[in-house]
Design a protein around this ligand. Structure first.
Ligand SMILES: [Ca+2]
Ligand SMILES: [Ca+2]
Length: 260
């Protein structure tokens, strides 16, 4: 009997201890769940952000895709710039080489031309100046004969169409009075050069009070030095009678040259 009582007591105590252990175990798991929930909430704040994690992930992927696209575009752009630079550099180099070759050809042609001009000058006695040859024979003729003298030599009476050329003529003629290729025989007062071009009013070197000869004076001479007191020592161009005799200047434009 006593043994049974003892056994009962021990059984009851054991069951009580088991119950206590079960309760303690439940408490521990609950505490652990609380702690886990607390930690989880601490990291994710609430469960609601958990629901937003999906959209954030999509947004992040979109951002990364956009960044990749930007990088790719930058790479493409950089590649295009590099290709363009190489292309420009290559073209530039080619143009530079072509330009240098052309300059060399021009220099060679210029040397050949100068040599040719020297040969002609030394042979013929003509003076070269700015794409034309000039010749002033040491004899006098009327205007018509003077022009014929020039045309028979593949030239014509000089045309003066610039200040530089007028200065050149002054140096060439010295104190001589010379015919130039300007007349108004067809229409009095309408001055034309021998190439049929009309004298422009804004470009001429008429002497003082010239032209003044009307229909009587239709041909033109140029005077560089005041050596004609009878004409009032007028300098520049004067219209005079075409039948008078003066020296002349022939002009042979380089494009008119006919080489043997
Ligand atoms: Ca006249
Ligand atoms: Ca006159």
């Amino acid at each position: 009997m006593s043994d049974n009582i003892y056994d009962d007591v021990m059984r009851n105590e054991s069951e009580g201890m088991k119950t206590d252990r079960v309760e303690m175990t439940v408490d521990i798991y609950e505490s652990a769940d609380c702690v886990r929930d607390h930690d989880f909430r601490t990291k994710t704040n609430t469960q609601q952000p958990l629901q937003r994690t999906g959209s954030d992930s999509v947004r992040n992927r979109s951002s990364r895709a956009a960044a990749v696209c930007v990088v790719l575009l930058c790479v493409l752009l950089l590649t295009a710039v590099i290709v363009l630079c190489v292309h420009i550099y290559t073209k530039s180099t080619n143009y530079t080489e072509e330009r240098n070759q052309l300059l060399t050809k021009i220099n060679n042609l210029t040397e050949e031309r100068d040599q040719l001009i020297n040969d002609i000058q030394s042979y013929d006695g003509w003076t070269y100046y700015k794409s034309s040859f000039y010749f002033m024979p040491n004899e006098t003729k009327n205007w018509t004969e003077s022009r014929r003298y020039c045309t028979e030599r593949g030239a014509d009476l000089i045309i003066i169409n610039s200040t530089e050329k007028q200065d050149f003529v002054k140096n060439m003629t010295g104190s001589a009075i010379v015919w130039i290729g300007l007349i108004d025989r067809d229409v009095d007062g309408t001055w034309k050069w021998v190439d049929d071009s009309t004298l422009t009013s804004g470009f001429s070197f008429w002497g003082s009070k010239e032209p003044n000869g009307g229909t009587r004076e239709n041909c033109v001479v140029t005077v560089a030095v005041p050596t004609v007191p009878a004409w009032g020592n007028i300098l520049g161009w004067l219209d005079v009678e075409c039948s008078l005799h003066f020296q002349l200047i022939c002009e042979k434009i380089i494009s008119q040259l006919t080489l043997p």
